[in-house]
Design a protein around this ligand. Sequence first.
Ligand code: SAH
Length: 237
Amino acid sequence: MMAQASKIRLIMKLRRSGIVDKAVLGAIERVPREEFIPTTFHDQAYEDIALPIGRGQTISQPLIVAQMTQSLELNDRHKVLEIGTGSGYQAAILAKLCRRVYSIERHKPLLKIADERMRMLGIYNITTKAADGMKGWHEQAPFDRIIVTAAARAQAPQPLLDQLSIGGILIIPMGQDKSSQFIYRITRLEDGFDCQQLMPVRFVPLLPDVAGNNEIIQPLATEDEQTSAEFMVPMPA
Ligand code: SAH
């Protein structure tokens, strides 16, 4: 009951913040976010904040998930590539709005949990692999849409641009550091790419290679650190 009330509050906030796509709002309403986060944070599942999911990573703030998803302009014929499966939440939202999702994560333990969740929730149109998503997924290309949920420093990885269909859209956060990151929408045209800057955000970095077990994980140490590692300052309406 409590969860239902806080979910309705969240949907209303998303609408006020410019999420007008009813299909996107519907997907957020139908995907149980509490299933994608550790039990300790269940009471915050429908607050508009990012939350830790382990391995120093976070599930994104719902408004950012909604804005990025809306910017993808999805339909049920689209084949979509996601880089950064994390908890699997964004992938589950995409899966409600397109034909098939391919999702890549560099932390194997996170991917294992995300895969189990998707099975448990009966979501069957997501295929995942543990790999370096910066290389894309050559065997499955081209993709109608690509979404990257970790921040590139300076430019979109070339394999992702190459694996985008003509007319396809790539949504990617980019910036040198967390204080200067923006989401960009890159559209592939017949003869090049069009790049549009959308809203300011703060994402965890896009890193190369598959993570080893010993990779140093930046702890989300202090309260401040945690909030800033999370996120995502929405653009004023
Ligand atoms: N979409 C996720 C958000 C995860 S945070 C969700 O809905 O929960 C970003 C994720 O990107 C992290 O799990 C991180 O490990 C992953 N990541 C970073 N660089 C990557 C890369 N090169 N390839 C694949 N995954 C990457």
